[in-house]
Design a protein around this ligand. Structure first.
Ligand code: NAP
Length: 440
């Protein structure tokens, strides 16, 4: 009966998806035509939060992805392997695939979408970025007529939770990370989140959709939040900013004419965000993605970036989309020519990514220096020598017997700012460069 799906994984997201599929009342009527044929797990005897016939569970994942009865394979197991191989095997056996796995898509999207196009199947991934927030489908469809200029997101809930608490409580990173781990908001190994790698995976996926080309993950610059301190939070606040981990994908424009160039910036780093900016109010584990396009202007997607229900909502909406093409007869034996271009991934070329040295940004800098006259003047001259003009330079007070100086620059090329920084690190009056952050 109906359309048969097989799930790889019955953890947080898998169980959430099963709950929706087993309880279709008052949701889209097509849901009642979708049946769960098999669910692949590691352990058969583990207690499960959902009830279904015992024979549905299997540890034989190969048989699930090759089962002729199954039309859609839903990969919600996570990790790189065997997830990647199973997705590819499912595709080679003519299955459509739904996945929540940003790590696999950001690294192997090229291989997976090439295989999917050859096999004439769809691979949908709404849950891979922004959890429950519908952003992938809007980028492909509702915003598809726009020329996208930038996608800027808070797309990692763990780091947003930590930064929000640091801002609200004036606490430092380490104790708040430990508390987040205790509360289950951060993993025991937090590296992927706090070092910006998870956000890098996600912005690579968003950029690929927004700018219609493939992205090499190694070209995404990523810097995490470990070096953000309570002092920076406090100074940012006095200057009218909050600090957020932003993931930014932006098309470069010609410096004089503003004409769009065939080159993108792709970067993840802690950023001072002006308080009046819409992303400044996105707190705790929430995610938001601001899309700027021509002619729409700015549109922001906001919501829960993770969790069982929200993520399952995104997964099942992908299943529903594929089911709709299957019941309308468009899903059988699709080819590159007949595939629905609003569902398929057709681009093959790689986007050109500009080096970080070429980006233009404002910078926030905190220095500890000898408390003696003339230091501020010397700093001003050094920046001037490297074409860095300063918006503000203030000595706030003393820290550890050193004068604490906070500088905000005007927009400047990263390369110029970094050379000025290298020079002033050599000044005998400078004790240390306590922090350098970019300003939105
Ligand atoms: N959790 C979220 O809020 C969230 C949000 C967005 C995206 N995602 C993505 O969704 C995916 C799933 O996340 P999750 O939080 O649901 O993970 P999870 O709770 O750890 O569940 C993983 C499931 O996959 C099964 N599994 C894992 N490796 C397996 C293997 N080698 N063989 C057989 N079964 C295996 C596990 O089986 P057992 O139950 O037998 O151990 C478990 O049922 C990940 O890619 C994640 O990045 C999650």
């Amino acid at each position: 009966m109906g359309i048969k799906v097989g799930l790889l994984g019955l953890g947080t997201v898998g169980a959430g998806a099963v709950k929706i599929l087993l309880d279709p009342a008052d949701r889209h009527p097509l849901l009642s035509q979708i049946a769960i044929a098999k669910i692949g797990v590691r352990q058969l005897d583990k207690p499960r939060p959902v009830n279904f016939p015992a024979e549905v569970l299997t540890t034989d994942l190969e048989s699930l992805v090759t089962d002729p009865e199954i039309a859609i394979v839903v990969e919600v197991m996570g990790g790189l392997e065997p997830a990647r191989s199973l997705i590819l095997k499912a595709i080679h056996h003519g299955k459509h695939v739904v996945t929540a796995n940003k790590a696999v898509i950001a690294r192997y999207g090229d291989e997976i979408f090439t295989a999917a196009n050859e096999a004439g199947v769809y691979v949908l991934l709404e849950a891979a970025v922004g959890g429950g927030i519908p952003v992938i489908q809007p980028l492909k469809q509702a915003l598809g007529v726009n020329r996208i200029q930038a996608v800027t997101g808070i797309i990692n809930g763990t780091t947003n939770y930590i930064l929000t608490r640091m801002q609200q409580e004036g606490g430092d990173f380490e104790p708040i990370l430990a508390e987040a781990q205790r509360l289950g908001y951060a993993e025991a190994d937090p590296a992927a989140d706090v070092d910006g790698l998870d956000a890098a995976d996600k912005i690579a996926i968003l950029a690929s959709l927004a700018f219609g080309g493939r992205i090499k993950l190694s070209e995404v610059y990523s810097e995490g939040i470990r070096q953000v301190t309570a002092a920076d939070m406090a100074y940012a606040s006095r200057l009218g900013f909050v600090i957020k981990l932003l993931a930014i994908a932006r098309r470069n424009t010609h410096p004089d004419s503003e004409e769009p160039l065939d080159e993108l910036q792709l970067r993840v780093h802690p950023t001072l965000v002006p308080l009046a900016h819409p992303l400044a109010a996105v707190n705790d584990v929430y995610n938001a993605i601001l899309v700027e396009g021509d002619p729409i202007g700015q549109v922001m997607f906001f919501g829960p970036g993770a969790g069982e229900g929200p993520t399952a909502s995104a997964v099942v909406s992908d299943i529903l989309n594929i089911a709709a093409t299957l019941v309308s007869g468009q899903g059988s034996e699709i080819t590159a020519k007949t595939a629905n271009p609003l569902l398929a991934c057709t681009h093959q070329h790689y986007c050109k990514i500009s080096p970080m040295a070429d980006i233009v940004s404002r910078y926030y800098l905190r220095l500890l220096a000898e408390d003696r006259p003339g230091v501020i003047g010397k700093l001003g001259l050094c920046f001037g020598d490297h074409a860095v003009s300063l918006e503000s330079i203030v000595q706030i007070g003393l820290r550890d017997n050193y004068a604490e100086i906070v500088i905000v620059s005007h927009e400047v090329k990263e390369a110029h700012f970094q050379t000025a920084l290298d020079d002033l690190r050599g000044f005998p009056e400078i004790h240390s460069v306590a922090s350098v952050l970019r300003v939105l």
